[in-house]
Design a protein around this ligand. Structure first.
Ligand code: URA
Ligand code: SF4
Length: 167
């Protein structure tokens, strides 16, 4: 079959839907590929599906998603205008943090999504997204300062679920 690096977005979504590259495939209900404008100038990357996302197959549709939608609107965008993805595409059981090997197994998908959407900027939501994309810890130290992913400015910030616990 085709390599991930050669797939377009529909092909990638199909590949993710049947992916068994890590153990998260055993407990998922639906894969959560990502959603939004495939030509978005702004892309958001979260950690991974929670219960609501796993049930619906869509990213950020639960309580954290409601806050993310408000954050997007406060930035002057409509949610439909941006693209939203996650580091892992399958829900970790009990919403535990994804393991390094699970993030590594899933990383080629988000890298290809970034390459295909070609956003002008990326917002990284939380410490796991930071770990997933930059293999780095310390969200509270780097948040609010631009980073770089292959020439794309990346703004790390707190995850909306963290903000709900710490308003
Ligand atoms: N939290 C995330 O990181 N991603 C989602 O899609 C939902 C909640
Ligand atoms: Fe595949 Fe990613 Fe799901 Fe693991 S989390 S099974 S790598 S799609």
């Amino acid at each position: 079959g085709k390599k991930v690096q050669e797939m377009d977005l529909p092909e990638l979504k199909e590949a993710v839907s049947i992916c068994t590259k890590c153990i998260l495939c055993r407990t998922r209900t639906n894969t959560v590929f990502g959603d939004g404008n495939e030509n978005a100038e702004l892309m958001f990357i979260g950690e991974g599906p929670g219960a609501d996302e796993d049930a619906r197959g869509l990213p950020f549709v639960g309580r954290a998603g409601e806050l993310l939608t408000k954050m997007i609107q406060a930035m002057g965008y409509d949610r439909k205008e941006v693209y939203i993805g996650n580091i892992v595409k399958c829900r970790p059981p009990g919403n535990r943090t994804p393991e390094d090997e699970e993030m590594s197994a899933c990383l080629p998908y988000i890298l290809r999504q970034i390459e295909l959407v070609k956003p002008k900027a990326i917002v990284l939501l939380g410490g796991t997204a930071l770990k997933g994309l930059f293999n780095m810890t310390g969200i509270s130290y780097v948040r609010g300062k631009f980073m770089d992913h292959r020439g794309i400015p990346v703004m790390p910030t707190y995850h909306p679920a963290f903000l709900l616990r710490n308003p």
